[in-house]
Design a protein. Structure first.
Length: 543
């Protein structure tokens, strides 16, 4: 498995100018593009950015639905050596304001979602409420452009300077930063991970070839958002082998099934139960129509993985450990492994990545089979947190290993098992959420004196947040007030699903003992037979 690393722009153009030029590269709702077409359109996007003054190293934000424009913008930015900043489509005004400002974006590309999310409207609100951001140039690719925003016609040149785009493209280095991707951590705000062209392209190709055994004949189906590594890196891997990348756009189980069947997708990447279970339970699900599927990547308990494989026994289920800091999959199962090993571990590290497990207290390396903190280094490791040298220094040790804050062990076979998080983090439907981020936002409410957020198990999302609130003296507050304060201002997956009011806190010195908040709540929910939190906008008040 040699390294065949290049830049994102060159990766696409190699296929566009070779034997795969007329092969289908991208399938999305309303779009079907060959490699040559996708390359040409990304050149046009790059030329538009050139006219706006974008240069190497400038940050360009992308806040739009999963669509072909998103992909074209991503590659157009990369070809200039600029840095793409994909903004989480679930963010609301508070989070979007922070990310756009912290990233120091020069240009922001947006469009409203036909399925109802007004991204351009959100951008307009952010700029109106934040005078310091009004110098950001906004391109609205939607049907109607807002005042002060550039329209598609304004942005795409009628006579694009493709020669200058190509000249700039030749100057991009594989170790240049390609993407600045924000992920939640243990701080009050998302942290910006700096990812190089090498990290993204090389990781995508390694996984495609060594784990999925993909060739140009494969079709890869991915429902994960393009603002996540799980949307971008598998696409790069598919392009590296000249295959066909099929993205779900706005996920709907029936449409997903039709795409998988019609496009003859061989490798599926649902990743989460909340995505795969609706497909399995859809009235149109017929295993015999999915005989072409070879591999399915999911993240679930061993028991659930066994159930998944039983539904399509000819398709091997594999699972993995991933994070933004390692440009998606650090480990992944091997299809050639025995079922027990493949379904009950997270697989061995991807080739070229080094992993060690250390005692979180002493830093001493742990022997095989013993749990400790997961640390890694290698080509796909991020370069650090943008504009945060203190957090960056704290995250890496003297040997260059990134300390993940997750518990894991490496078995004698070399396969990894996961043991939960050391950090005060939640994972809600695959989204990393820092408890302090929700606490920081809720603390702005004038009637809230103290707030603590914990995770509780959830049958649908794995975990959901629960808020414990102490009200200011003389103030009155209901659970609905707490929910209403969050809805529309922070991402829906961060909104507490359970609210509990307290007057005293279980303390350990100066710290709240969160487990003494969480454990009784989990016990109550279990006793009441409540496996799943109410849907968005609703809450359960636990007395």
């Amino acid at each position: 498995m040699w390294a065949n690393t290049t830049t994102m722009g060159d990766l696409l153009d190699q296929q566009a100018e070779g034997e795969r030029a007329d092969a289908v590269a991208l399938v999305m709702p309303g779009a079907r593009l060959t490699y040559a077409e996708l390359s040409a359109r990304s050149d046009q996007f790059a030329a538009g950015l050139l006219r706006l003054g974008i240069r190497k190293g400038d940050r360009v934000g992308i806040l739009m639905p999963n669509c072909a424009d998103f992909v074209q913008a991503l590659f157009g930015i990369a070809k200039l050596g600029a840095i793409a900043v994909p903004i989480n489509g679930r963010f609301r005004s508070a989070e979007a304001t922070y990310v756009i400002g912290h990233a120091q974006a020069s240009v922001l590309i947006t469009a409203d979602d036909p399925n109802g999310t007004a991204y351009a409207g959100l951008v307009q609100k952010v700029l109106e409420d934040s005078p310091e951001l009004r110098t950001v140039q906004v391109v609205d690719l939607g049907a109607s452009s807002r005042e002060g925003f550039l329209s598609r016609a304004d942005f795409i040149p009628t006579e694009p300077d493709i020669a200058e785009v190509k000249r700039r493209q030749t100057c991009v280095r594989i170790r240049d930063i390609a993407v600045l991707m924000y992920t939640s951590g243990t701080t009050a705000h998302p942290k910006g991970c700096l990812l190089t062209h090498e990290a993204l392209v090389r990781q995508g190709e390694k996984v495609a070839r060594s784990r999925f055994h993909m060739t140009a004949e494969d079709g890869f189906w991915d429902p994960l958002p393009l603002f996540h590594c799980g949307g971008i890196v598998p696409m790069l891997g598919t392009f590296a082998v000249g295959g066909k990348y099929c993205h779900a756009g706005f996920f709907e189980a029936g449409a997903a099934l039709r795409t998988i069947i019609d496009e003859h997708c061989t490798v599926l990447y649902p990743s989460f139960e909340a995505i795969w279970l609706p497909i399995l339970s859809h009235p149109d699900f017929d295993p015999e129509r999915l005989r072409h599927v070879r591999i399915i990547q999911n993240i679930a308990t061993p028991e659930r993985m066994e159930q998944f494989e039983a539904r399509l026994p000819w398709a091997k289920q594999v699972t993995s450990y991933g994070s933004t800091e390692c440009a998606t999959n650090l480990t992944m199962g091997l299809v050639e492994d025995p079922a027990d090993l493949r379904l009950r571990t997270l697989g061995p590290p991807v080739e070229g990545m080094e992993v060690k497990i250390v005692d979180p207290s002493t830093g001493e390396e742990m022997p095989p089979g013993e749990m400790g903190e997961l640390c890694f280094r290698g080509y796909s490791c991020f370069e650090g947190y943008y504009r945060d040298p203190e957090q960056t220094a704290a995250a890496f040790d003297d040997e260059g290993f990134f300390h993940s804050g997750d518990r894991a062990c490496i078995e004698s076979t070399g396969h990894m098992r996961y043991g939960g998080r050391l950090k005060d983090m939640l994972k809600v439907g695959g989204e990393n959420v820092a408890a302090i981020e929700i606490e920081d936002y809720l603390a702005r409410h004038p009637a809230i004196r103290i707030v603590q957020v914990v995770s509780v198990p959830d049958a649908r999302y794995g975990e959901v947040p629960a808020a414990f609130v102490e009200v200011q003296p003389g103030e009155a507050l209901t659970a609905e007030d707490v929910i209403d304060f969050c809805v529309g201002s922070i991402a829906a997956y961060k909104v507490p699903r359970y609210v509990r009011f307290v007057t005293e806190w279980p303390m350990s010195g100066t710290k709240v003992k969160k487990f003494e908040l969480r454990d009784p709540l989990v016990a109550e929910l279990t006793a009441d037979g409540i496996p799943e939190a109410p849907r968005r906008g609703a809450s359960r008040v636990v007395a």
